[in-house]
Ligand binder design. Structure first.
Ligand code: VLP
Length: 134
Protein backbone atom coordinates (compact mmCIF):
# COMPACT_ATOMS: atom_id res chain seq x y z
CA UNK A 1 0.00 0.00 0.00
CA UNK A 2 1.66 3.19 -1.20
CA UNK A 3 0.27 5.91 1.07
CA UNK A 4 -2.07 5.89 4.06
CA UNK A 5 -4.72 8.62 3.95
CA UNK A 6 -6.70 7.18 6.88
CA UNK A 7 -7.77 9.73 9.43
CA UNK A 8 -9.87 12.71 10.35
CA UNK A 9 -8.75 15.94 8.75
CA UNK A 10 -9.76 19.56 9.38
CA UNK A 11 -9.59 22.26 6.73
CA UNK A 12 -7.02 24.94 7.54
CA UNK A 13 -6.73 26.78 4.21
CA UNK A 14 -8.82 27.09 1.10
CA UNK A 15 -7.30 29.03 -1.80
CA UNK A 16 -9.60 30.08 -4.68
CA UNK A 17 -12.59 28.05 -3.51
CA UNK A 18 -14.67 30.96 -4.83
CA UNK A 19 -13.27 30.61 -8.38
CA UNK A 20 -13.86 26.85 -8.29
CA UNK A 21 -17.46 27.30 -7.15
CA UNK A 22 -18.12 29.94 -9.84
CA UNK A 23 -16.75 27.53 -12.47
CA UNK A 24 -19.18 24.90 -11.15
CA UNK A 25 -22.06 27.36 -11.45
CA UNK A 26 -22.81 27.48 -7.71
CA UNK A 27 -25.17 30.38 -7.03
CA UNK A 28 -24.14 33.47 -5.05
CA UNK A 29 -26.12 32.72 -1.89
CA UNK A 30 -24.75 29.17 -1.67
CA UNK A 31 -21.20 30.39 -2.30
CA UNK A 32 -21.51 32.93 0.51
CA UNK A 33 -22.37 30.15 2.95
CA UNK A 34 -19.95 27.60 1.50
CA UNK A 35 -16.88 29.82 1.74
CA UNK A 36 -17.40 30.31 5.49
CA UNK A 37 -17.32 26.55 6.11
CA UNK A 38 -14.45 24.63 7.67
CA UNK A 39 -15.22 21.13 6.39
CA UNK A 40 -13.80 18.01 7.96
CA UNK A 41 -12.78 14.94 5.96
CA UNK A 42 -12.96 11.46 7.37
CA UNK A 43 -11.02 9.12 5.12
CA UNK A 44 -11.19 5.35 5.40
CA UNK A 45 -8.75 3.53 3.18
CA UNK A 46 -8.39 -0.21 2.84
CA UNK A 47 -5.75 -0.92 0.23
CA UNK A 48 -7.15 0.55 -2.97
CA UNK A 49 -10.68 1.05 -1.56
CA UNK A 50 -11.60 4.50 -0.30
CA UNK A 51 -14.44 6.06 1.62
CA UNK A 52 -14.19 9.83 1.89
CA UNK A 53 -16.77 11.64 3.99
CA UNK A 54 -16.64 15.43 3.77
CA UNK A 55 -18.77 16.97 6.50
CA UNK A 56 -19.77 20.51 7.33
CA UNK A 57 -22.48 22.36 9.23
CA UNK A 58 -24.19 23.04 5.87
CA UNK A 59 -23.87 19.91 3.73
CA UNK A 60 -22.14 16.53 3.68
CA UNK A 61 -20.72 14.59 0.80
CA UNK A 62 -19.79 10.92 0.66
CA UNK A 63 -17.54 9.43 -1.98
CA UNK A 64 -16.67 5.74 -2.27
CA UNK A 65 -14.41 4.31 -4.93
CA UNK A 66 -11.79 1.76 -5.85
CA UNK A 67 -8.64 2.72 -7.67
CA UNK A 68 -8.91 2.03 -11.41
CA UNK A 69 -12.69 1.38 -11.39
CA UNK A 70 -14.77 4.04 -13.11
CA UNK A 71 -18.01 4.94 -11.33
CA UNK A 72 -21.02 7.21 -11.69
CA UNK A 73 -20.81 10.23 -9.43
CA UNK A 74 -23.89 12.37 -8.73
CA UNK A 75 -22.28 15.30 -6.87
CA UNK A 76 -25.47 15.53 -4.84
CA UNK A 77 -25.60 18.68 -2.74
CA UNK A 78 -22.60 20.10 -4.58
CA UNK A 79 -23.41 21.14 -8.18
CA UNK A 80 -25.66 18.08 -8.66
CA UNK A 81 -24.17 17.34 -12.10
CA UNK A 82 -23.60 13.69 -12.89
CA UNK A 83 -20.23 12.61 -14.18
CA UNK A 84 -18.08 9.52 -14.72
CA UNK A 85 -15.23 9.45 -12.24
CA UNK A 86 -12.00 7.49 -12.22
CA UNK A 87 -9.35 7.61 -9.53
CA UNK A 88 -5.83 6.36 -10.14
CA UNK A 89 -2.48 6.50 -8.38
CA UNK A 90 0.06 8.86 -9.88
CA UNK A 91 3.07 7.98 -7.77
CA UNK A 92 1.81 8.76 -4.25
CA UNK A 93 -0.99 11.06 -5.38
CA UNK A 94 -4.65 10.11 -5.78
CA UNK A 95 -5.84 11.61 -9.05
CA UNK A 96 -9.53 11.77 -9.98
CA UNK A 97 -10.79 12.65 -13.45
CA UNK A 98 -14.48 13.62 -13.50
CA UNK A 99 -15.72 13.31 -17.06
CA UNK A 100 -18.97 15.13 -17.88
CA UNK A 101 -20.40 18.46 -18.86
CA UNK A 102 -17.61 20.48 -17.23
CA UNK A 103 -14.21 20.51 -18.93
CA UNK A 104 -11.03 19.72 -17.03
CA UNK A 105 -12.89 18.61 -13.91
CA UNK A 106 -11.17 16.55 -11.27
CA UNK A 107 -9.15 16.57 -8.08
CA UNK A 108 -5.86 15.38 -6.61
CA UNK A 109 -5.17 14.32 -3.02
CA UNK A 110 -1.73 13.92 -1.53
CA UNK A 111 0.12 14.00 1.78
CA UNK A 112 2.90 16.43 2.54
CA UNK A 113 4.51 16.17 5.94
CA UNK A 114 1.54 15.30 8.13
CA UNK A 115 -0.87 17.49 6.15
CA UNK A 116 -3.48 16.42 3.63
CA UNK A 117 -3.70 18.42 0.41
CA UNK A 118 -6.57 18.62 -2.06
CA UNK A 119 -6.48 20.35 -5.41
CA UNK A 120 -9.92 20.80 -6.97
CA UNK A 121 -10.08 21.62 -10.68
CA UNK A 122 -12.89 22.81 -12.94
CA UNK A 123 -12.44 24.48 -16.31
CA UNK A 124 -9.67 27.07 -15.79
CA UNK A 125 -10.00 27.26 -12.00
CA UNK A 126 -7.88 25.54 -9.39
CA UNK A 127 -8.72 25.48 -5.69
CA UNK A 128 -6.06 24.35 -3.22
CA UNK A 129 -7.13 23.07 0.19
CA UNK A 130 -4.94 22.03 3.10
CA UNK A 131 -6.12 19.86 6.02
CA UNK A 132 -4.51 19.03 9.34
CA UNK A 133 -5.14 15.97 11.48
CA UNK A 134 -7.95 16.48 13.96
C1 VLP B 1 -20.13 23.06 -3.94
C2 VLP B 1 -18.74 22.88 -4.43
C3 VLP B 1 -20.55 23.19 -0.04
C4 VLP B 1 -20.30 24.15 -2.92
C5 VLP B 1 -21.62 24.08 -2.17
C6 VLP B 1 -21.67 23.08 -1.06
C7 VLP B 1 -19.31 19.15 1.39
C8 VLP B 1 -12.16 14.82 -2.49
C9 VLP B 1 -13.54 15.17 -2.91
C10 VLP B 1 -14.44 14.08 -2.39
C11 VLP B 1 -14.72 17.24 -2.84
C12 VLP B 1 -15.14 18.44 -2.04
C13 VLP B 1 -16.30 19.10 -2.69
C14 VLP B 1 -16.33 20.58 -2.54
C15 VLP B 1 -17.13 21.11 -3.70
C16 VLP B 1 -17.86 22.34 -3.35
C17 VLP B 1 -20.47 21.99 0.88
C18 VLP B 1 -19.05 21.66 1.24
C19 VLP B 1 -18.95 20.41 2.09
O1 VLP B 1 -13.92 16.36 -2.23
O2 VLP B 1 -12.04 14.66 -1.11
O3 VLP B 1 -15.55 14.09 -3.14
O4 VLP B 1 -15.04 17.07 -3.97
Amino acid sequence: MPVDFNGTWNLVSNDNFEGYMVALGIDFATRKIAKMLKPQKVIKQDGDSFHIHTTSTFRDYVLQFKIGEEFDEDNKGLDNRKCKSLVTWENDKLVCVQTGEKKNRGWTHWLEGDDLYLELRCENQVCRQVFKRA
